[in-house]
Structure formats: structure tokens, C-alpha cells
Design a protein around this ligand. Structure first.
Ligand code: MGD
Ligand code: MGD
Ligand code: SF4
Ligand code: MO
Length: 722
């Protein structure tokens, strides 16, 4: 054995980049502090991911070593340059700046935005809410309202808890209908499912069917038995027609006795497949065939994701998907829509503290959009910053922002307007490792350690996994001298705020902060594990770093319902009322001209923040406008030509990629690009900056019911670049 071999070690951990939670096996060589990663592979011993990883996992080492990643707090200087400052100075100036704004304008004058990586970081999940409470502002926003808000709301009204979300039992189903999800590129979402390709293949290999409904014949189509095009934004009509066929023309099993329902025949009476076909593009016969296959299958599940959540009727779509799963007899049973029994039972823990979710307790100031779970829809963020408050009415305008692991300027609709809004802020603090489109507006940036320098437990995604699993990962590398984890930064900020309120309240906060600082998120995690039914604790999990399999999903109903009466509400009033708006829309003729813009994801990309890895971005430009050959012919453009894409909010210039994988009348542009803005420090991403699709998406296009942004089916026109 050579010296080098003797000094190599293997580290096992969960990849925290996306929802699939794959097991990694990282080989290192050398001795600290010069230890080098020599390989990142899939961990074959991980009982859940079974050795699968995607290319992003290998980029974890690039993130860790990225020269653009900040490791010290920085403060913006009057000339726009950044200067490193100490942690004590950074925290105290950050708190002082935010408190100054609150003293002048009121508590709500500080807005917050939490981005997606927060849910992949259990320290942030535990300490983030404390910071928001310490800030004490109603103006809270997050990536939820450009994403899964409709799922939470359907769960809240139907099942009684916003986090009790059904998961497709993919490993046992005989029929899977996927609407508006592309798990082969995204690796699954609200369905934590590592190794999706093999799991989809297994369905067809055991004689089952996978049917995909998507305006694009996506990567997932290759693993499906059938693909149907649907006109973007019309899914609600397809789902209502399925409800029509189920309730008017089919024999359905009896509803479980814990379900309360209105007359489904009456609800769907106006949506026969003949009525909706011209709008959806799915012929009546095709739709009936789909319904027939679904009901004939021994077990079946319908799963809908971004394509149906982030559109004008996202709320209704997710409700209807649940309704169809329930009435077809596939709820809470193997092969259908099931629920996890997680080792850390987040819904139960939160419910015990009185937190199941809430809706429309108050509304946003400018547009009057409803809060959900204490957050406003992010489509309303820019207007809350830009619209002057009427002081006589006691209104408060947002004058300062805190962003934590978020890039709203690239991630949320009408980016240009949000940029203008952020430029007008009096003060801004970002907890983030990069100077990007959003954080360049900050006065102070507080950077956390890299993904490999912290421990990990999947507090959220184990709740939405297709098997019951648990796994704890130690940090691979210790934080460098003077580096902090996210939770330490958030806790320091929260402590800094604790100088107002009564002496009693200040003392109780102080006690809480001391306890967290002492226990650390790890200690809290251990307590939460102990409170669960799995019998696991941290010690046990640390003995098995490849993860523990707790078995297939089990029936849990009706005990797991969170409504006090243990009833499942199939047809909550507000959903039924919302159908009126759909009926009105049915009467309007379809716009004859123009195209509809939808999004897309690529396996080598992750929202806006992984384009700084050369390993990932290499190859052809992926930020292209997909266009059907018929539409290309009308415009007389060829592959690689640039086209102007014009919407109500902006126009961008994008290179064209002609393909019949996209439906005629539809164009697709991925999100997460558009890095070439003044001040952005992402040297690798800037080599192929792309354009920001969210300059085209519209803050005024929202699902009225939930407030979720409608980022899909945005009307656009195209023009040749002069
Ligand atoms: N590689 C990679 N993986 C990721 C991410 C990433 O950026 N890159 N992001 C992660 C995040 S944050 C999330 S939330 C998940 C999302 O996971 P998914 O929802 O699986 O991801 P998308 O690729 O957005 O899939 C949406 C699909 O809906 C289709 N679609 C668009 N409009 C409509 C419509 O009106 N109707 C129907 N029926 N379909 C429509 C699109 O063509 C697309 O195929 O992915 C996660 N995983
Ligand atoms: N048009 C269109 N827009 C979309 C979507 C779409 O499909 N189409 N998808 C939407 C979806 S599903 C989502 S989830 C949102 C994502 O919206 P966001 O979460 O706002 O955006 P991200 O691109 O994920 O940016 C994450 C930020 O967190 C930082 N970061 C990464 N890891 C960490 C960490 O561990 N700690 C800290 N403190 N910071 C970290 C990164 O540097 C980056 O600045 O985008 C949405 N926007
Ligand atoms: S699919 Fe890729 S990014 Fe997602 S957890 Fe697995 S390895 Fe990580
Ligand atoms: Mo997301």
C-alpha cells in the first residue's frame, strides 16, 4: 500500500442540492488541512438512492473551492466596492441598519425573502423562524409562492396541515399520470425520489403505465408509455373533465368513511371532455381513454408539479389532483397517493405547537393578496417596496430587506421591476455566499460555510420521500477559522434584535437563544428524533452514515388527519367557489395570436446558483428559446438565430433552438440565467450568462386563489432581431 492510499478516507453524506437526497461517497486523500477530494460517487450502500447521483453532486467540490465564494462578511463602500469586515462589526451594523429603518418607518418596513436552499439546510429551518420573529415584520416572502404554495394550501384545507402532502407511491404503482413535472431532469419534487429513471422504468417493466401530460415532450417522456401535449395553463380543464368522466360515466369505489364531500357530479357538470377539448388540445376520446386506463389499473396515482402549480389555476389543479386520487380509490393505499411516517415528524411537531398553517388572515397592502402561513406572495414584493405608503391609514412601505439563501431578482416574476425596487431600498442585508443579481444590492453580505462544511439531516424532504428513510451526515470539512454556519449567522442577527419589548419577553428570548447556541441544531434534531416513533437517535444514525431504511410507505388515515374532527374535506368551499372563475374563462375565446412561454430545467443546472461551476456549464449554451418548426417557419428563423421575446414586462434577446419536442404555439426558456448585471461576481457563470426568463414573466399574473405566481403560460410575441 502506498502512502497516498494509506491516507485516503471515505466520507458518506447526503447531497443537499436538490430534493432527491442522494447518498454520496466522497473519497479524500492527504492530511488536513491539505486533504483533497479525489472522487465523488454515488453511495451504493445508501438504501434509498442505491448508488445513483447526478452530475451536480460532483460540483459540490467546485462550490466548496469556488474563488468567488465569500468566506468573510463584506460591506459595500460608497464607491460600490466591497470590503471585508469582522463578524462582530458585520452583525452589529446589519442589525443597526435594519433597526434604524424600523424606528423611522415601523416594524413592517423590513421585508424578508427566504430562498430555496433554506429547505435543504436544517439549521436554517430551525433558526430562521426565530430571526423572523425577532424582526417582527409582517412583510415576509419566500420562494414558496413561485413554487409549491398550491400543494400546501390544498393540504391545509383538505387534510388540516400545510405540510401533510401526499407522495406518489412510485415503487408500487401500476399507473402514474405525471402532469407538469419533469423528474428525469429535476430529479423529482414533492416526491423525494432518488434514481427516478430506474423507478419509472420499473413501472412499465411490471406491466404498468406512465403517462405524461406536458406542452413539451420532455426528458421524462423517454421513460413514459405515452405523452400527451396540453396547451399551457389549461390543465384545470383537463382535470375537471377527468372529474366529469369519473363522476358521470364511471363506477367509482365508495369514498372512505372519513371523507366529507359535496356532489361531484354537480361540481363538474359543465366540464365534459367535449367542452374542454378545444382549450386543452386533448381530444374527448383521448381523455376518456386516460380516465378508463386510470380506473382499470390495480393501483394508480396522479402527480402534478411545477407545470401545474405555477400557473393561473395552480391552486385548483393541486386540489383536483388530490380529489381524483381520492375518488378513484387510490388514496392512502399502496401504489396510490400516500404519506410518510418520518423519523422527525414535522407536521406533528408543528401542530403540537399550534402551527398547522393559515390563510387570508390579512392581506398585502398594495394589491390585497392573501397571506398563507404568514407569508405574502412574492409577486407582490416589488410593489410593496415601490408604492408609497399612506401614513394616515397607518400603512408601512418596505424600506429595507433581508434575504437569506435567495436570489429573487432572478427567481421571481418581473425581474426588472424588482431590480428597480431593490435599488430604491434604504438598507439591505443578505445571508449568502455569492455576490449575484440580488445580493449586489445589499449593504452587508454575511456568508455561510460551504455545503461540505456543515452537517446535514433532511428535515423537510424525508417528509415527502417515496420511502420512509432517515440519514445524518457529519460535516466533511471543519469550518475555516472565522467562518460561520448559516444558523450561527441567523442566531447572531436574532440576538442583536433582542433589545426591544418587555423585560420579560427579552429574557425569554435570551433564554431561547442561549439554549439553541448551547444545544446547536444538532441537539434539537436529536430531541426531535427522540420525540418520534422510529426509535432512532443521532447516535444510531451516526453508526450508519449510509442511511437507515424505515420501509415502504404505510397507510396512516384517518389518524393522520389534522382537522380536529378527523374528517377529510374533499370539497372545501373556497375551491368550489373558485370554479366560477374557470367557467367564466371557458366562455371567452382563446387568444388567436401570440405564443405562450413556459419554463424548463436541465439536469446540470440548479435554479440560478450553480452556473459558476465549469464542470456543470461546459458544453452548448442551454439558455435557448425552444420553438416549434412551424412557428420557426412563420418567423423565417433558423437554429441559433436570435429572436426578441416580448411580454408585457420586458423584451429579451435569446438564441433559438428549433425542435418539435415543443408544442406549436408554445416557447420555452429555462430560468436561473441572466447573470451579466453590473457588479455580479460569478466569473464562470459570466462566460455564458444567458437571459433572465423572469424579466418576461409578469408579477400581475398570479393564481388568484393562492397568490402563487403564474410563471408558466405567459403570453409573449416574437420578433426577429434587427
Ligand atoms: N436539474 C435541476 N433540478 C432541479 C431544479 C433545477 O433548477 N435544476 N430545481 C429544483 C426545484 S427548486 C424544483 S421546485 C423542482 C421542480 O421540479 P419539476 O416540476 O419536475 O421541474 P420542471 O422542470 O420545472 O417541470 C415542469 C414541467 O412542466 C411543464 N409545463 C410548463 N407549463 C405547463 C403547463 O401549463 N401544463 C403542464 N401540464 N405542464 C407544463 C414543463 O414543460 C416542464 O416539463 O426541481 C428541483 N430540481
Ligand atoms: N421562470 C421561472 N422562475 C422560477 C422557477 C421556474 O420554474 N421558472 N422556479 C422557481 C422555484 S421552484 C424556485 S424554488 C425558485 C428559487 O428561488 P431562489 O431560492 O430565490 O433562487 P436560487 O436560484 O435557488 O438562489 C439561491 C440563493 O441561495 C444561495 N445559497 C445557496 N446555498 C446556500 C446556503 O446553504 N446558505 C445560504 N445562506 N445561501 C445559499 C445562492 O448563492 C443563491 O443566491 O425559483 C423560482 N423561479
Ligand atoms: S439528484 Fe443530483 S443534485 Fe439532486 S440530490 Fe441527487 S446528486 Fe444531488
Ligand atoms: Mo423550487
Amino acid at each position: 500500500m502506498t502512502d497516498a492510499e494509506q491516507k485516503s478516507r471515505i466520507h458518506k453524506r447526503t447531497c443537499c442540492l436538490c430534493e432527491a437526497t442522494c447518498g454520496l461517497e466522497i473519497t479524500l486523500q492527504g492530511e488536513a488541512p491539505d486533504e483533497q477530494i479525489i472522487a465523488i460517487k454515488g453511495d451504493k450502500d445508501d438504501p434509498f438512492s442505491r448508488g445513483y447521483i447526478c452530475p451536480k453532486a460532483t460540483a459540490l467540490q467546485d462550490l466548496h473551492k469556488d474563488p468567488d465564494r465569500l468566506t468573510r462578511p463584506v460591506k459595500k463602500q460608497p464607491d460600490g466596492s466591497w470590503q471585508e469586515i469582522s463578524w462582530p462589526q458585520a452583525i452589529s451594523e446589519a442589525v443597526a441598519g435594519l433597526q434604524r429603518v424600523q424606528q423611522q418607518y415601523g416594524r413592517d418596513a423590513v421585508g424578508s425573502y427566504l430562498g430555496n436552499p433554506n429547505v435543504h439546510n436544517y439549521g436554517n429551518l430551525l433558526v430562521g423562524p426565530m430571526l423572523l420573529r425577532a424582526i417582527g415584520s409582517r412583510n415576509k416572502f419566500s420562494a414558496t409562492s413561485v413554487d409549491q404554495l398550491p400543494h400546501h394550501m390544498a393540504s391545509y384545507f383538505m387534510l388540516g396541515h400545510q405540510l401533510l402532502m401526499p407522495v406518489p407511491d412510485i415503487d408500487r404503482t401500476d399507473f402514474m399520470l405525471i402532469i407538469g413535472g419533469n423528474p428525469v431532469a429535476s430529479n423529482g419534487s414533492i416526491m423525494t425520489v432518488p434514481d427516478i429513471k430506474n423507478r419509472l422504468k420499473a413501472i412499465t417493466e411490471r406491466g404498468g403505465k406512465v403517462i405524461l401530460v406536458d406542452p413539451r415532450r420532455s426528458e421524462t417522456a423517454k421513460f413514459s408509455s405515452e405523452h400527451l401535449f396540453i396547451r399551457p395553463g389549461q390543465d384545470v380543464l383537463m382535470l375537471l373533465s377527468l372529474l366529469y368522466v369519473f363522476s358521470h360515466e364511471s363506477e367509482l369505489p365508495a369514498l372512505p368513511d372519513y371523507v366529507d364531500s359535496r356532489d361531484l357530479k354537480a361540481l363538474s357538470a359543465e366540464f365534459s371532455p367535449e367542452v374542454t377539448a378545444t382549450r386543452t388540445g386533448i381530444a374527448a376520446a383521448q381523455l376518456r381513454d386516460l380516465a378508463r386506463q386510470w380506473l382499470a389499473a390495480d393501483s394508480a396515482v396522479c402527480y402534478g408539479r411545477m407545470g401545474v402549480s405555477v400557473q393561473q389555476y395552480g391552486g385548483l389543479c393541486q386540489w383536483l389532483i388530490n380529489v381524483l386520487n381520492i375518488i378513484s380509490g387510490n388514496f392512502d393505499r399502496p401504489g396510490g397517493a400516500m404519506f410518510t411516517s418520518p423519523a422527525v415528524d414535522l407536521p406533528a411537531i408543528l401542530a403540537a405547537r399550534g402551527s398547522r398553517g393559515h390563510y387570508d388572515k390579512y392581506r398585502s397592502r398594495v394589491r390585497g393578496l392573501p397571506e398563507f402561513g404568514g407569508e405574502f406572495p412574492v409577486a407582490a414584493l416589488a410593489e410593496e417596496i415601490l408604492t408609497e405608503a399612506d401614513n394616515k391609514k397607518g400603512e408601512t412601505q418596505i424600506k429595507a430587506m433581508v434575504t437569506v439563501a435567495g436570489n429573487p431578482i432572478v427567481a421571481t416574476p418581473n425581474s426588472k421591476q424588482l431590480e428597480k425596487a431593490f435599488e430604491s431600498l434604504e438598507f439591505m442585508v443578505s445571508v449568502d455566499g455569492y455576490i449575484n443579481a440580488t445580493t449586489r444590492h445589499a449593504d452587508i453580505i454575511l456568508p455561510p460555510v460551504s455545503q461540505l462544511q456543515r452537517d446535514h439531516y433532511d428535515l423537510i424532504f424525508n417528509n415527502f420521500a417515496v420511502r420512509n428513510v432517515a440519514k445524518y451526515s457529519q460535516p466533511l470539512f471543519a469550518p475555516g477559522a472565522g467562518e460561520k454556519e448559516d444558523w450561527q449567522i441567523l442566531l447572531a442577527l436574532a440576538k442583536g434584535f433582542n433589545n426591544s419589548g418587555s423585560a420579560k419577553k427579552r429574557f425569554s428570548n435570551w433564554l431561547t437563544y442561549q439554549t439553541i447556541g448551547w444545544l446547536k441544531p444538532k441537539g434539537l434534531l436529536n430531541k426531535m428524533l427522540a420525540a418520534g416513533k422510529s426509535g432512532l437517535d443521532l447516535k444510531r444514525l451516526q453508526q450508519q452514515p449510509e442511511g437507515v431504511d424505515l420501509g415502504a410507505l404505510q397507510p396512516v388515515m384517518p389518524q393522520r388527519l389534522f382537522h380536529k374532527d378527523k374528517r377529510l374535506q374533499l370539497t372545501p368551499e373556497l375551491y368550489c367557489n373558485e370554479l366560477e372563475r374557470v367557467k367564466q374563462q371557458l366562455l371567452q375565446p382563446l387568444a388567436a395570436d401570440g405564443l405562450l412561454l413556459i419554463g424548463r430545467r436541465h439536469i446540470r443546472s440548479n435554479n440560478s446558483w450553480m452556473h459558476n461551476s465549469q464542470r456543470l456549464i461546459k458544453g452548448a449554451d442551454r439558455c435557448t428559446l425552444l420553438l416549434h418548426p412551424d412557428d420557426a417557419a412563420v418567423l423565417e428563423v433558423a437554429d441559433g438565430d436570435s429572436l426578441k421575446v416580448i411580454s408585457r414586462t420586458a423584451e429579451v434577446l435569446a438564441p433559438v433552438e428549433i425542435s418539435d419536442e415543443i408544442m406549436p404555439g408554445v416557447v420555452s426558456l429555462p430560468h436561473g440565467y441572466g447573470h451579466n448585471l453590473p457588479g455580479v461576481k460569478l466569473q464562470t457563470a459570466l462566460q455564458q450568462p444567458g437571459v433572465n426568463a423572469n424579466e418576461l414573466t409578469d408579477d400581475l399574473l398570479v393564481d388568484e386563489l393562492t397568490g402563487n405566481a403564474a410563471l408558466n403560460a405567459v403570453p409573449v410575441t416574437l420578433a426577429r432581431a434587427s
